[in-house]
Design a protein around this ligand. Structure first.
Ligand code: FES
Ligand code: FE2
Length: 437
């Protein structure tokens, strides 16, 4: 459980809040690249309880700035999209692609340059990678760009979708952190043969993670956050390890079953009560299996910017299907496995009250991550220290992994592959006696 004031400190993300200012120190996905037409209308994007516009100049360069014109606040979604950036339709002020005013043509020529020079400026930074516009809207120069593995793959190996959920960002992150729910909440897709999980994946998961087998969790604090291994004995002295990578504050890599594709999730605050859930499915070594990729988003909304648009709401109990529960589907949230995660979080309300929780040892990862986030935000507030320093992290190396190994006196850490050393996923050139499964 958390004290109410700590819950507030962790969850509030508006301008001027400690957590909001801290989260702004990271690059985040803002909008799909293909939503930006060269020379087209700027597109509104809300992030960290602030309104921005994203745009692509007639020459193809991307830009990102606050939506309100720095002169008198007219929406720049209405602005002219020019080669230099945007030009406000009200008095013609010109902004470059970072949102800096470069001219105020309604001012008298004799002092115009000086006036423009004196204007306040909150720069935004934008760049494209992996089919997405990434932005940095924090103070100062942006940190090194997180060069995730999926940002460097050809398009046929990556599928990226955004879903909008109506709850606070920390609930979104905690849903991805919490691994002790998998055998329960997701028992339906795993066991009942529903359409939402590809056959191979379902069979593998049932084999290695049978319901009722509580894994042992081991946690390792890393430079970037946490590494969590869920270890299950699967007979013959063999251990099935699922290693989750938690890159704080909000990037999470979740292992699939061995030899399936990779999954990453990024939970970006839209405001205190709304979160953009970016789901990234990718295969580093080969084109994505279309069935596996489709299954991830089966029965979700077709809206490419909100695959959760048809999630439902409290009034209709998020379309929970009681008949399906009677015939063996655990949660009754039959549409999609990801929706099971979304529904339980949405059911807690748009801002979960953590002051009444009663946590056990199975909640260790949630408790640890909250402690790390609390320490981080306090240090940031008091000393302006930015946690999980991007300059020291090799983002390309981060990938969730799952594998089986034979237990001697060994440690799962010895079996982790080095991502960049391998040309094949899970095809281990390492000398460790890790099994191929
Ligand atoms: S409000 Fe934009 S130029 Fe005046
Ligand atoms: Fe889940």
């Amino acid at each position: 459980m958390l004290k109410t004031e700590d819950n507030e400190l962790l969850t509030r993300v508006g301008p001027g809040t400690p957590m909001g200012d801290m989260l702004r120190q990271y690059w985040v996905p803002a909008i799909r690249s293909s939503a930006l037409e060269a020379g087209g209308a700027p597109v509104r994007v809300r992030l960290f309880a602030q309104d921005f516009v994203a745009f692509r100049s007639p020459g193809g360069e991307v830009g990102f700035t606050l939506e309100a014109c720095p002169h008198r606040g007219v929406s720049l979604a209405l602005a002219r999209n020019e080669s230099f950036g945007l030009q406000c339709i009200f008095h013609g002020w010109k902004l470059n692609r970072n949102g800096r005013v470069i001219d105020a043509p309604n001012e008298p020529a004799k002092h115009r340059a000086k006036f423009v020079e004196s204007l306040r400026y909150a720069p935004c930074h934008a760049r494209e990678a992996g089919g997405v516009l990434w932005v940095y809207v924090g103070k100062g120069d942006p940190p090194p760009f997180p060069d995730w593995e999926f940002n460097n793959l050809p398009p046929e190996r990556v599928l990226m979708r955004r879903g909008v959920v109506h709850y606070n960002w920390l609930q979104a992150v905690e849903a991805h952190l919490d691994s002790s729910h998998v055998a329960f909440l997701h028992a339906g897709p795993v066991q009942s043969g529903g359409p939402v999980m590809p056959r191979i994946e379902r069979a593998e998961l049932a084999k290695y993670a049978p319901q009722g087998v509580a894994p042992t969790f081991e946690l390792e604090e890393t430079e970037y956050g946490l590494q969590e291994s869920a270890l299950r004995a699967v007979g013959d002295d063999r251990i099935y390890a699922r290693v989750r990578e938690i890159v704080l504050p909000f990037y999470i890599f979740i292992p699939g079953v061995p030899n399936a594709h990779c999954d990453a999730r990024i939970s970006v605050p839209i405001d205190d009560y709304t979160t953009a859930e970016w789901y990234i499915v990718y295969d580093p070594a080969k084109p994505l299996d279309p069935d596996a990729a489709r299954a991830r988003f089966l029965n979700t909304s077709d809206d490419p910017d909100d695959f959760a648009a048809n999630l439902g709401n409290r009034e209709n109990n998020w379309h929970q299907d009681r008949a399906a529960m009677k015939t063996g589907y655990w949660s009754g949230i039959v549409r999609n496995l990801s929706f099971e995660d979304f529904v339980v979080q949405a059911s807690m309300g748009s801002m979960a009250d953590r002051s009444n929780e009663q946590l056990g040892t199975a909640d260790m990862i949630v408790v640890t991550a909250r402690r790390m986030l609390l320490n981080a935000v306090r240090n940031f507030k008091e000393r302006n220290e930015v946690p999980w320093n991007s300059a020291r992290i090799d983002y390309r190396e981060i990938r969730a992994q799952s594998f089986v190994y034979t237990q001697h006196s060994d440690d799962w850490r010895r079996y982790l592959d080095h991502v960049q050393d391998n040309s094949q996923r899970f095809g281990s050139p390492s000398t460790q006696p890790r099994e191929e499964v």
